[in-house]
Ligand binder design. Structure first.
Ligand code: SAM
Ligand code: SF4
Length: 443
């Protein structure tokens, strides 16, 4: 069977799709281009955009091909499937499987059944009480030296604007032994860097499904896995970032000096209405503690502008926080109403014009800060984990591309042989581009 996976959304969706693809290949299925597939798997996200429309227009485009051949069909998973559920069946006859994030472990077997029983339709939308372990589907030799490792599912925070707890269920931690087993297998296949993934990794282990291992314990245990040389994690909720985890940035050499710590707003009034359970002062205190523990730490964040009731003064507080922290990167979003969330009923809504203006102002400040930070890197020696060959710059020496300790993309020239893929190489930065750095390999 030829299959094609289409993914919308965050790293967690990308990691889920990666696992699904590998599992299907392990069953003997073949991954193909979008025009050759017999089975399509669409992994959806509904955190921000208007995903239903995006999904429906995609399914509309696939309809002509899928409706003409009864052996071909589509599976829809992720947030939109969780919300729209079996309604998708009524609208698109060729959608024969709908699955939520908790149902993903059973998807490969479900797809096998569907190929054998052409009249069957299946739904895997139930939330589970605990983390459902997936069958391992790791390739013998890793395609990349970097990999994502899921450590939990769902979220218990119910921030006022966020749909995640409704579509991904309550928080369920994965057993530490399973996480370590996967990290060990990844290291044996050639992976050097793991990113531990969850909606709120700092509360890992604190739910009923946890096995008593705290997130700091888990970091220490992953750092002890032979062959794993770099560890990252995402995402962190500021209220749950424990002192022990901050200390880990000083104590664990393998823990990369970078942290994504979403603040959302610099206004205490807005943070309260968002239900974030911290103040801007508490956030800044954590930033200061992180910088004391690890002076080179690279911090990035998420912002939402135009949350209901956000005034110009609130927005100025957000700009002030950004000036005070100086983030190396940030994602900023215009607030949008999501079905079922608390903020949908909050008033007054901020107009689209004001949201766009605030977003542009915030992003201009971020670009300014990021450009200055990249310029400061010129002349600095970085250790780059090489992903593989990258863009050339016209010289005879081929270029390689990888990531430095903080996670920035670094391109550099070095001979093609021996291959540097998967190695950690010293590089001196010689040039800063808009979103990446260029350098030369050091002996
Ligand atoms: N769990 C993470 C956290 O607490 O930061 C990430 C959650 S969400 C998948 C990623 C980002 O999307 C959030 O940090 C927030 O900035 C943004 N976001 C979520 N809901 C939103 C909404 N209704 N409107 C605009 N942005 C939203
Ligand atoms: Fe959404 Fe808040 Fe949970 Fe992040 S912590 S996933 S923003 S509810």
């Amino acid at each position: 069977m030829k299959f094609h996976v289409l993914t919308f959304g965050c790293q967690m969706n990308a990691a889920d799709s990666g696992w699904l693809g590998e599992s299907l290949k392990a069953m003997g299925w073949e991954e193909s281009g979008v025009d050759d597939a017999q089975v399509y798997i669409v992994n959806t996200c509904s955190v921000r955009e208007k995903p239903e429309q995006k999904l429906y227009s995609l399914l509309g485009r696939l309809a002509e091909r899928l409706e003409s051949d009864p052996d071909m069909f589509c599976a829809v998973g992720g947030c939109v499937a969780q919300q729209a559920g079996v309604k998708l069946w009524n609208r698109f006859g060729f959608v024969r499987l709908v699955f939520g994030t908790d149902g993903i472990a059973q998807v490969p077997q479900a797809l096998l059944r569907l190929t054998a029983e052409p009249k069957l339709r299946l739904s895997l939308l139930d939330f589970t009480q605990s983390y459902v372990e997936r069958e391992s589907a790791l390739p013998q030799a890793a395609a990349s030296p970097r990999a994502f490792v899921n450590i939990m599912q769902g979220c218990d925070n119910f921030c006022a604007y966020c749909i995640v707890p409704y579509v991904r269920g309550r928080q369920k931690s994965r057993r530490a032994a399973a996480v370590l087993h996967e990290c060990t297998a990844l290291a044996q296949s050639g992976v050097k860097e793991v990113t531990l993934l969850g909606q709120n990794v700092n509360s890992y282990g604190l739910d009923a499904s946890g096995d008593g291992t705290s997130f700091a314990d888990l970091l220490r245990a992953v750092a002890a896995v032979p062959g794993i040389e770099r560890i990252r994690f995402t995402t962190s909720h500021p209220k749950d970032l424990a002192g022990e985890v901050i200390a880990a940035f000083r104590e664990l050499p393998k823990l990369c000096p970078s942290l994504h710590l979403p603040v959302q707003s610099g206004s205490d009034r807005v943070l309260k209405r968002m239900g974030r359970k911290y103040t801007s002062a508490a956030y800044l205190a954590k930033v200061d503690a992180l910088r004391r523990a690890c002076p080179d730490i690279s911090l990035s964040t998420d912002f939402i502008v135009g949350f209901p009731g956000e005034t110009e003064e609130d927005f100025q507080d957000t700009l002030a926080l950004m000036r005070r922290v100086v983030f190396d990167g940030s994602f900023s979003f215009a607030y949008c109403d999501r079905p079922g969330t608390a903020s949908i009923k909050m008033e007054p809504k901020v107009s689209d014009t004001v949201k766009s203006r605030r977003l542009a102002e915030l992003q201009a400040l971020q670009n300014e800060q990021q450009e200055a930070m990249l310029q400061r890197m010129i002349g600095v020696r970085k250790m780059v984990l090489v992903d593989g060959p990258g863009a050339r710059r016209g010289s005879d020496d081929p270029a390689w591309t990888g990531r430095d300790e903080a996670g920035f993309v670094v391109n550099f020239a070095a001979p093609a042989v021996p291959s540097l893929a998967g190695r950690i190489v010293p590089v001196r930065i010689t040039q800063a581009k808009k979103h990446s750095l260029w350098g030369e390999a050091l002996p």
